[in-house]
Design a protein around this ligand. Structure first.
Ligand code: FCB
Length: 476
């Protein structure tokens, strides 16, 4: 069988060679904030601002994976995983974001890569997962062009020093979130609320992706390079179509998805985006869009939840309605009553993943896609048997893996899946109040307890297939 198919016992199978992994990010798991010469990141600063992170949590200790990585790698190996997506903390390897390199920081990542190789796990390395060196922020952060140039220098260092052990590079994680949450709404570091800075950050993040890709390839031409985008299918419930709602769908898709996807794939900013979201002409230098449009070897897709639109009055909202972010009149976003929500308030909609993968496959025919994050928060607790029976997460994963398998069957070139996350960790503004791991972390003791979802996922990985729902219920 070359594509996904249904086996005799009804399980949906994945193609041979499909990559199964788990994902994390440096600031969310490493801790060791002051160890071995690490510099300060914008999240160290931001998490100390009262009111920014739930309960005043910080990533100072997190999962202490900086010290406990052998245990974490062994756990992945015991589950049969094939690949680990982790990020490198820029301030750990280059404390000021430019200039001198911190050898001890590099040594840590080399040791982690060795440990992975020793267990037969591939490394998918994200160069930037939101933890900008504070010194670069002090010089303007992503709102200034020089940060993109510094990123390319940092990428070169990483490619030279660590590239011999890496299976694939991901330049940036979710630049849409960096620009929007970091510079426009201010709910993430650096916490700015400045539309012009957000639009400039959008461009400089994209430029960093292009320059970084060139830098990585200049040293390691054979290692695949891609970028991870958060993708949000914009959906209309049956029977709610109208010209107005369709216009809002196009605008919302352009502002959330196209703003990053079109420059990367086609070297242009999309139409149908409010001018305030677009970088001004002074920000875009000659040749930038060509630089941004480097051929990529794959696209990383983070999928959690879709957006639904329907006709409505933003000044007179019904239950489950919110003003539409595209701000077109007569249209609202809403949560269909038949869809569940996770503790993040995010809608659970696996069909959104299917639709998204098919759309991306049409937009970039043949380009390998990886789901670089997918998963859910759940109300996890250790029961009296010492077990974490996270049946909601198993159900979420089952539905989304099923959607992924269906997309492959429909011809989508999906090459791998990384569950978010390996471990419960520091969930940004939510601190430790939201658990996304397939492995429970007791943050008092740092004890790791694989949840029922880890056992479920391990079965999927080993079979390269999703068991039928009834078998799955037994594994919880
Ligand atoms: C994504 C982030 C990741 C994690 C998940 C829940 O947007 O990339 O770090 O926080 O959401």
């Amino acid at each position: 069988m070359t594509a996904a198919g249904t086996s005799a016992n009804g399980s949906l199978s994945f193609p041979p060679g499909f990559t199964w992994g788990a994902a994390t990010a440096a600031y969310q798991i490493e801790g060791a904030a002051n160890a071995d010469g690490r510099g300060v990141s914008i999240w160290d600063t931001f998490s100390r601002v009262p009111g920014k992170v739930s309960r005043g949590d910080t990533g100072d200790v997190a999962c202490d994976s900086y010290h406990r990585y052998p245990e974490d790698v062994a756990l992945m190996a015991s589950l049969g995983l094939q690949a680990y997506r982790f990020s490198i903390s820029w301030p750990r390897v280059q404390p000021g974001g430019s200039g001198p390199v911190n050898q001890k920081g590099l040594d840590y990542y080399r040791a982690l890569l060795d440990e992975l190789a020793g267990h037969g796990l591939d490394a998918a390395v994200t160069l930037y997962h939101w933890d900008l060196p504070q010194e670069l922020q002090d010089r303007g952060g992503w709102a200034v062009r020089s940060t993109a140039e510094r990123f390319a220098e940092y990428a070169l260092v990483i490619a030279e020093q660590l590239g011999d052990r890496v299976s694939r590079w991901i330049t940036l994680n979710e630049p849409q979130v960096s620009a929007d949450h970091g510079y426009r709404t201010g709910v993430h570091a650096p916490g700015l609320t400045d539309d012009a800075a957000a639009a400039a950050a959008t461009h400089h993040l994209l430029l960093a992706h292009g320059l970084g890709t060139q830098a990585l390839r200049s040293v390691r031409p054979a290692i695949p390079v891609g970028i991870t985008l958060d993708m949000h299918p914009v959906r209309l419930a049956a029977g709610t179509q109208s010209d107005l709602v369709e216009a809002a769908r196009v605008a919302t898709d352009a502002e959330l998805n196209g703003l990053f996807l079109e420059p990367v794939l086609h070297g242009r900013y999309p139409e149908h985006v409010r001018p305030s979201l677009l970088p001004t002409p002074e920000v875009i230098a000659d040749g930038d869009l060509e630089t941004i449009r480097q051929p990529i070897d794959f696209l990383g897709v983070n999928y959690y939840s879709p957006i639904f639109l329907r006709a409505g009055d933003p000044d007179d909202l019904r239950r489950d309605e919110e003003p539409a972010r595209c701000q077109l009149p007569g249209v609202v976003e809403y949560g269909p009553a038949d869809l569940e929500r996770t503790p993040m308030g995010w809608l659970v909609d696996a069909d959104g993943l299917y639709e998204l993968l098919v759309q991306l496959s049409d937009a970039a025919p043949g380009l390998p896609l990886y789901i670089t994050e997918n998963g859910c928060a759940a109300e996890d607790y250790v029961d009296p048997d010492g077990d974490v029976k996270d049946v909601d997460r198993i159900s979420y994963l089952h539905q989304h893996l099923d959607a992924a398998a269906r997309a492959i069957k429909a011809g989508v070139n999906l090459a791998g899946y990384y569950v978010w996350s390996l471990l419960d960790n520091f969930e940004w503004g939510w601190g430790y109040q939201r658990r996304f791991g397939i492995i429970f972390v007791d943050f008092e003791t740092q004890r790791r307890i694989p949840k029922a979802s880890a056992r479920f996922y391990s079965e999927v990985v080993r079979a390269n297939a999703i068991p039928p729902y009834s078998e799955m219920a037994d594994s919880a």
